[in-house]
Design a protein around this ligand. Structure first.
Ligand code: GLU
Length: 428
């Protein structure tokens, strides 16, 4: 089988596979295989030295049958329209599986944000909104943070949209800073959501969380709170995390066999997500190459970085002890690797179920913006837990009823909900 490294081809292959299983109507298939709309634009930005640099931006709206398009904006040097298409498509399935009344969208800019000063970053995000503001809005398309973007950047985007539209419009963007229209619990939401699904998976597999070990790829927003949650909510140990090192331009794995301390590691992580190697070494961490996380002898692997990390090659490195893979990242496992995991009986919690906590609290943020009334952190996290547990259960029920892999079951639940909404609106 050809190895696909294109994320959108991967998203379409996953979809086609389940569309075949479901014997899906050809018209429904035709609508769902491609995004409904996409915008490509160039953003000129005045740099601090007075020169102008032009950045390439995208916003892709995959499907809004169930509600406004929803999904983050990535700032990444290797961004392509195909990764944004894939991520927008996965957002449609994510919102449907989480059963929140939103569709799927995604944005991207080709840039390494670590190379920009704060002022340049602010001008770039304002420029992004100037290019796209007529095509987004609280009832139309609601962006949010993703890889390379932060709550502060969402605050600037909300401000720019409000200036252009002439109305304070917090609901145009989620993931805003708390105090600036953001929701308590949004920072923790994706990582904790990953943990709620792992808790349910361990229960289903009758595994003891307090005896389980996890290895995590990544140490960004998702990985940090997944690490904290695995230790504090599940009672297990995390033996490693990994991160991109900005200076060396490579990734490293930070390992401590008796358990990493995510709070300590966060205290020595810079604003771009690189952990200070010297301080980690002093504290007894072993620093290994970036790929080392995947071959750890653990019960749970939590890939929480970028797409395509578990592929035909790397899947061979996974130890037989691994029973659960919880996909904190979007698209971390290729279809080729899925076949191996299926054959080995590994229980995969698929990305758009596993990491739906972020968009779920984004939805809560929009609800609070509309009400102009804000919940406590406890209320937010309790509602998140209820939603994630229900989502996990509906996918597990489907997997058991149809005797299919969890990813296929998640697609079945999601496609049925989106197709139903399209039918009720008279699209098909
Ligand atoms: N970027 C996150 C995701 O991939 C969150 C999206 C959102 O909150 O809209 O799910």
């Amino acid at each position: 089988m050809a190895v696909s490294t294109n994320a959108f081809e991967m998203a379409q292959r996953q979809f086609d596979h389940v569309a075949d299983l479901l014997n899906l109507d050809s018209q429904v298939r035709e609508i769902l295989r491609w995004p409904l709309r996409e915008y490509h634009f160039r953003i000129p930005v005045r740099m601090d030295d007075g020169s102008i640099r032009v950045f390439q931006g995208f916003r892709v709206q995959h499907n809004d049958a169930r509600g406004p398009n929803k999904g983050g904006i990535r700032f990444h040097p290797a961004e392509t329209v195909d990764t944004v298409r894939a991520l927008a498509t996965w957002m449609t399935w994510k919102c449907a599986v989480a059963d929140i009344p939103l569709g799927g969208g995604k944005g991207g800019v080709i840039v390494d944000p670590a190379t920009l000063t704060d002022g340049e970053k602010e001008r770039l995000v304002r420029g992004y909104i100037q290019s796209i503001w007529k095509n987004i809005g609280p009832r139309n398309d609601v962006p949010a943070p993703d890889v390379g973007t932060t709550p502060q950047m969402m605050g600037w985007m909300m401000d720019e949209y409000s200036r252009l539209s002439g109305e304070y419009t917090p609901g145009v963007i989620t993931g805003k800073p708390v105090g600036g229209g953001g929701s308590l619990g949004r920072t923790e939401a994706t990582g904790y959501g990953v943990i709620y699904t792992i808790r349910e998976a361990l229960k289903h597999l009758q595994m003891d969380g307090s005896k389980s070990l996890a290895a995590i790829q990544g140490f960004g927003n998702v990985a940090q709170y997944a690490a904290i949650g695995f230790i504090e909510l599940i009672g297990g140990k995390v033996v490693c995390v990994s991160c991109w090192d900005r200076e060396d331009r490579t990734a490293y794995t930070f390992t401590k066999e008796d358990g990493v301390d995510p709070h300590f590691l966060m205290s020595i992580t810079d604003q771009y997500g690189s952990i200070d190697k010297a301080k980690a070494k002093d504290a007894g961490y072993k620093i290994e190459d970036g790929g080392a996380w995947i071959s750890k002898d653990v019960d749970v692997l939590i890939p929480s970085a970028l797409e395509g990390q578990i592929n035909a090659e790397t899947v061979k490195l996974i130890k037989p002890r691994v029973r659960v893979i919880a996909e904190g990242a979007n698209g971390p496992t290729t279809p080729e690797a899925d076949e191996v995991l299926k054959a080995n009986g590994v229980f995969v919690i698929p990305d758009f179920l596993c990491n739906a906590g972020g968009v779920t609290v984004s939805y809560f943020e929009g609800v609070q913006n509309d009400m102009n009334y804000y919940w406590t952190k406890q209320e937010v996290l309790e509602r998140l837990d209820t939603k994630m547990t229900q989502a996990f259960q509906s996918v597990l029920d489907m997997a058991l009823k149809e005797n299919v892999f969890m990813r296929d079951a998640a697609y079945m639940v999601a496609i049925a909900r989106v197709a139903k909404a399209m039918e009720l609106r008279g699209w098909i």
